[in-house]
Write a protein that binds this ligand. Sequence first.
Ligand code: GLU
Length: 467
Amino acid sequence: MSDLRVRFAPSPTGYLHVGGARTALFNWLLARHRGGTFILRIEDTDVERSTQESVDAILEGMKWLGLDWDEGPFFQSEYFPLYKEYVQKLVAAGKAYKCYCTAEELDTKRNLAMAEGRKPKYDGTCRDGAVQPENQPYVIRFRAPQGGATSFDDLIKGTITFPNDELDDLIIQRSDGTPTYNFCVVIDDATMQITTVIRGDDHVNNTPRQVQLYEALDFPVPQFAHVPMILGADKARLSKRHGATSVIAYRDMGYLPEALLNYLVRLGWSNGDDEIFSIEEMIDKFDISNVGRSASVFNTEKLNWLNAHYIKNSDPQRLAALLLPHLTTRGVSTLDGPDLAAVVKTLQERAQTLEEMAERALFYYRAPSGYDEAALAKFDKELLLAVFAAVIEKLSASSAADVAAVDALFKEICSENSWKMGQVGQPVRIALSGGTHAPGIGEIVVTLGGEETVRRIRAAREFVAGK
Ligand code: GLU
């Protein structure tokens, strides 16, 4: 085990967003690559906006992706006494102070500053020892260093420096006694001995305040790595407007977890020109030094391409288990139909998602309720009837046990009647599936079984004869 300790710290105010999942993935990969520890911390200090439902959704997303954590989940809401203790430590050391300024006073001062073209900033009334009223509500502010600058060396962005005069005396405890967000993050990261903080670059602006707090509390400052945002095609930050952003929505649309992980790892990280990485390869090759500085654009086509790759190369039994819920939601029972893994085998070469595969699997379990008449109309009625009769006759006399045997049988039918394969194959495909987009005839016949095949061709023959 190395000393590396990283964490994923989502706020439970929604679902697991793909951007959050990528942050979790980068943390997890670094921990697994270096033999470190990956911690899950739920940042639920915002009691109003945090929900149990959201915690459950985040855990569900993490589990589906296989991002297992070594410690946690820890919930910040359970650590209020710890945060209070550290607030008191700062007050006792003179590094934090009670501030009695009321919301109205602060508003007036803010408005005045803005009217005079100054940056609105706490003016330090209580910092400088103004007379303090008794029995009045107060907040506790951090006595931030004045003059000079605060910098940190970001592992992705390089050195980032903020002039201290731009940083306010941060409120670390509200008037109701609850600690504030930036303060809790520091106490947690310090007490959990986090060595490397990997998070979205929307937190860059919080970092200098956090660095000042580490220093005031004599905690070692961790390393920071701020990952650029994920953007939509219009270069705005990825949001619902661009389509699905929830990890679970991707599961429900029929993506495989390894495809989504492979897609997400490449949003920001690269290893030469390689695109396809198994999870083992990601762990082997990932390091923060190969995470780029620029934002990446979410590209569904590429995700689809990766998903198709993983579907094609997955074990049919596993895919069958993953496909089943997509059929169940379509009201299909697979119990009295062909074996689902056998169905998967005929479809996995061409499906981009499990949803698409489910749509294409339907005909195996439901005889056509109608036919693509435009496609049928391309053939002479006499020819159709003759083809169906020949196929029924041949198939009834054969076991149709494997694809090669069925293909041979169809070849025989063609040569005996001087038909071309297209004249036989397409009508039979329509008879069996209702349409023309279906796997090869041999595969369908073997998967459906000879009996069901003959039953469906008879039904199609009746339909055509009645026209
Ligand atoms: N809770 C923060 C968020 O969900 C993450 C804070 C951090 O990683 O330091 O954006």
